[in-house]
Design a protein around this ligand. Structure first.
Ligand SMILES: Nc1ncnc2c1ncn2[C@@H]1O[C@H](COP(=O)(O)OP(=O)(O)OP(=O)(O)O)[C@@H](O)[C@H]1O
Length: 324
């Protein structure tokens, strides 16, 4: 008889998560997470985006049981990591940031060893299926040290999946992966997501998150500063800058009706506008109407830093006072 187990609505639930790394003789204690709440619905392709040091790896390492939290609760696939740590860990497949190559095993052996580690019975193992799915069949019996970086990373994805976990975590999966392999990796990740596997992906790149993820959470300095469906988040980030170099020298910054003007080096100035509300033509018309003759223009899309500032301080043009 097959037992019917109710599936949880949320693959991962994190509440009030805090982490302070203990200090040493040389270093002061370091707070990496400051009250993180995060709900990752079952079946989603969820992006965790943030700059270096934001706390993404700390969060992932707590989920995978490698780092102990200081406070808060974490539930993975309906299991509290404090009460059912083994069951919680079994629901996860984790592809770590660094490539860890088992130099003494062939890819097939590496998968078999990993399956043994998870107690997957021999008749339920799917090493060959995974090798094929990740384009590694012809390397099944090669020495792992003979594989390229991209192949090693795909082998790590295969290893994370040997026990058929309902959740796959990819920590910076495309660092050092070339364009073609990246495309293949994403194709596979999309496929298993369509088959029901919940994906949690961390990245520094807004582009990567926006291409793949249905929901994006942005973490900055140990806090979630935004967590929204991708299209909604992108609408909030539709600010663009037009940088104008005027003909000749201006007597101070011009007053451009309807737009805020910010000075730039060498007499240039920048105007930011919402793509959904105005166009470059409208900005330039307003600049000309202000009596400025334009020598040159360029446009800039916001980078992640602008995004964090915009989300954290409500206004991309404000300067973060805590930054050096
Ligand atoms: N073992 C540790 N001991 C002390 N501090 C740590 C430790 N691990 C991380 N930190 C600090 O905690 C903060 C968050 O780091 P974390 O690695 O979680 O960020 P991240 O967003 O994953 O960055 P990256 O993208 O560079 O991996 C950083 O300030 C980091 O220096």
């Amino acid at each position: 008889m097959t037992e019917t187990i109710a599936l949880p609505d949320n693959a991962i639930e994190v509440r009030g998560l805090e982490k302070t790394y203990a200090g040493t003789k040389k270093a002061a204690p370091k707070t990496a997470l400051r009250g993180v709440d995060l709900v990752i619905p079952r079946g989603s392709m969820f992006g965790l985006l943030g700059p270096n040091g934001a706390g993404k790896s700390t969060l992932i390492n707590i989920l995978s049981g490698i780092v102990n939290k200081s406070a808060g609760t974490v539930t993975i696939w309906g299991r509290d990591i404090d009460k059912q740590p083994r069951d919680a860990a079994a629901a996860l497949g984790v592809v770590p940031q660094e490539i860890v190559a088992d130099v003494f095993f062939t890819p097939r052996e590496a998968l078999e060893v990993q399956a043994g580690f998870y107690g997957v019975p021999k008749n339920e193992r799917r090493s060959d299926e995974l090798l094929a799915a990740l384009g590694l069949s012809d390397k099944a019996n090669a020495y792992v040290r003979a594989l390229s970086g991209g192949m090693k990373r795909r082998l790590m994805v295969a290893k994370a999946l040997v026990h058929n976990p309902p959740i796959l975590i990819l920590d910076e999966p495309t660092a050092g992966v070339d364009v073609e392999l990246r495309r293949q990796l994403w194709e596979y990740v999309r496929k298993i997501n369509a088959e029901g596997v919940t994906i949690l992906l961390t990245t520094h790149y807004l582009e990567e998150a926006q291409e793949l993820c249905d929901t994006i959470a942005i973490v900055n300095r140990g806090q979630v500063v935004a967590c929204e469906p991708t299209p909604q988040l992108l609408r909030r980030l539709d600010t663009r800058n037009v940088v104008v170099t005027p003909e000749g020298e201006l007597d101070g910054l011009p007053t451009v009706k309807g737009f805020e003007v910010v000075g730039r080096p060498n007499g240039a100035f920048a105007i930011s506008y919402k793509k959904g509300q105005s166009s470059v033509e409208q900005v330039l018309a307003a600049v000309r109407a202000a009596g400025v003759t334009i020598a040159d223009i360029s446009t800039e899309d916001p980078d992640l830093e602008d995004v964090f500032l915009a989300l954290t301080y409500g206004d991309a043009s404000q300067v973060d006072p805590t930054k050096d």
